[in-house]
Design a protein around this ligand. Sequence first.
Ligand code: FES
Length: 136
Amino acid sequence: MNLTTSEISYPQTEMEDNTVLWLPACHKNDVPLNGGVCVKYENEQIALFHFSRRGEWYATQNLCPHKHQMALSRGIIGTQNDEPKVACPFHKKTFSLIDGRCMNQDEDCNIRTFPVKLENDFVYIGFINNHKGNIM
Ligand code: FES
C-alpha cells in the first residue's frame, strides 16, 4: 500500500525548535502491523515501518541502493542480534533500522534514516532543516 500526503487530511506541518520539520505522514492504522508503507513527500519516498512486535516505529529512504529499486517499504522487517532491520524484497540485502547501515558488510550500500514520533494517533516523520532551504 502506498500512501501520499495528499490522500489523507492532516494537521498542518509544524516547525519544532527550528531543527526538525515533522511531516504528518499518516494515521497509525494506515501502516500494517509488522510492515511498512511508502510515504511520498515532495520528491522523497520514505519507507515508514511499524515494528509492532517491538512497539517501535522507524523510517528510512524507500530506495534500495543496491539496484536502485523503490522497494524497502515492502521489505521484511526482523532483528539481527536484537537490532531491528529491514530486508529488501529483491535481493535480500539488509539494513539497520537504527542507523541505516547495510548489514551485509557493504559500506557503499548504507541508507538514510529519519526520526519518527506519534502524536494523537498520527505518525510524524522528522526531517532535519539545515537552515539553507534544504530539508535532509
Ligand atoms: S535491489 Fe534491494 S537488494 Fe537488490
